[in-house]
Write a protein that binds this ligand. Structure first.
Ligand SMILES: [Zn+2]
Length: 415
């Protein structure tokens, strides 16, 4: 990419990106589906797209112009489940130790990991951004070992950065401990965590309703969202899901509740999934999942078809549990497409929805509404001819933009 500019640009100076490829439609041909693109010039002002000229260049008097050299524009990615506060990433290499009880190991290491938050959480955020993510949901421990220290330290980090939007979840990884942790969670929400978390109300907390009472009480009192880790399989997990939906309804929290994992759906039969998906969609409860090699996977197509918003998260990146997290949501999309055998043009293109959210949605007639004037200018420039290729080939994210500003890439804007 080359940047030309006649004089230094102020933060809110309109800028044009020209020579960018924008997808317009997926069509059927005798040779299968094909994605059509058009070159365009796009104007960015105050963090949003304000003009799109198809088949044209930027106006000759444009103050700042960037030549994208035929790169494809994609919506930027979001990571809806990652732990930034207890990672080895950004520090010396350390592999998990087999045979050790991981929660006891975490208790032992928490003080040390907490000290490292400023360096390591920034390192992970840099990694996520370099892979095209500009929106993050970070679950952060609140527990009997470190109290609210991790939340306070992580909030300091995320507030210092304007290249990524990060929501911090107050997450009781070691349980509510009979109510002992509730005041700490309240402190974390007062400090600025914007979501209340929770963990396996059946197997871990051993009292589903008392756990959900506590969590939804806090959500209502502090007017925050809810994001629960649900790992329990089988009928216990399905019961927990049902109760979370009941509580969402009773507390009037529709549209503000998410589930991380929801593993019980992975092995449920089709009628059960359908019924649960309808209730989840009715109450606008989303699910964030992580795709790995092997293991079961939730029925994403059925959930999505029923209207449940499904998203992807990195979860662990090089920590006590796993050394394998790459912090790359496009890789998660790529794995998802492989797990479900989505190898044709349309389904590869549609797969990006799970990594980038609504901007990546294709309509039933093969059109995409993004980018449009008024949309936030959060986008990537990649070397690919279309989304399907970008997903299948895990295209390099050459340039990453957040609110109209380049936050990663070899050429930064000069001012
Ligand atoms: Zn997690």
């Amino acid at each position: 990419m080359t940047i030309e500019q006649t004089q230094p640009a102020a933060e809110n100076t309109p800028r044009w990106i020209e020579g960018v490829l924008i997808e317009t439609k997926i069509i059927d041909t005798d040779d299968g589906a094909r994605t059509l693109t058009e070159p365009a010039a796009i104007k960015i002002e105050n963090g949003t797209f304000t003009e799109i000229r198809f088949g044209a260049s930027a106006p000759s008097d444009a103050h700042t112009r960037m030549d994208a050299d035929g790169m494809l524009m994609l919506p930027s990615l979001r990571d809806t489940h990652v732990h930034l506060d207890k990672t080895f990433y950004g520090g010396p290499w350390r592999a998990p130790i087999p045979g050790r009880h991981w929660l006891a190991e975490e208790e032992r290491l928490l003080p040390e990991m907490s000290e490292n938050i400023p360096i390591r959480s920034n390192a992970i955020l840099d990694l996520l951004i370099s892979n095209g993510t500009t929106e993050v949901v970070a679950h952060c421990n609140v527990d009997h070992v470190i109290g609210t220290r991790n939340v306070e330290r992580l909030l300091q980090v995320v507030r210092s950065r304007d290249d990524v939007d990060t929501a911090v979840v107050a997450y009781p990884q070691h349980g509510l401990q009979g109510g002992k942790i509730k005041p700490l969670l309240a402190d974390a929400l007062r400090a600025g965590a914007s979501v209340i978390g929770g963990l396996d109300p059946g197997s871990r907390e051993r009292d589903v309703d008392r756990t959900l009472d506590t969590i939804f009480d806090l959500a209502v009192e502090y007017d925050v969202g809810v994001d629960l880790h649900l790992h329990d399989p089988g009928t216990l997990g399905l019961f927990e899901l049902d109760r979370v939906i009941d509580y969402t309804l009773q507390a009037g929290r529709q549209g503000r509740v998410s589930l991380s994992n929801a593993n019980a759906l992975a092995n449920a039969d089709a009628p059960t999934v359908r019924a649960m998906a309808e209730r989840l969609a009715e109450n606008r409860i989303g699910i964030g999942t992580t795709i790995g090699v092997g293991g079961s996977v939730i029925p994403i197509s059925a959930l999505s078809a029923a209207g449940v918003e499904v998203s992807l998260g990195s979860d662990s990146i090089t920590d006590i549990l796993t050394p394998f997290g790459q912090g790359d949501i496009l890789e998660q999309v790529w794995m998802l497409a492989q797990r479900f055998g989505w190898s044709d043009e349309r389904r590869l293109a549609q797969a990006l929805l799970y990594g980038a959210g609504e901007p990546a949605r294709w309509s039933a007639d093969g059109r995409r509404a993004w980018p449009a004037v008024g949309d936030a200018a959060d986008f990537l420039l990649v070397r690919a001819s279309c989304t399907a290729e970008a997903v299948a080939r895990r295209a390099d994210r050459c340039h990453v933009f957040h609110r109209g500003r380049q936050v990663c890439g070899p050429t930064t804007e000069t001012r």
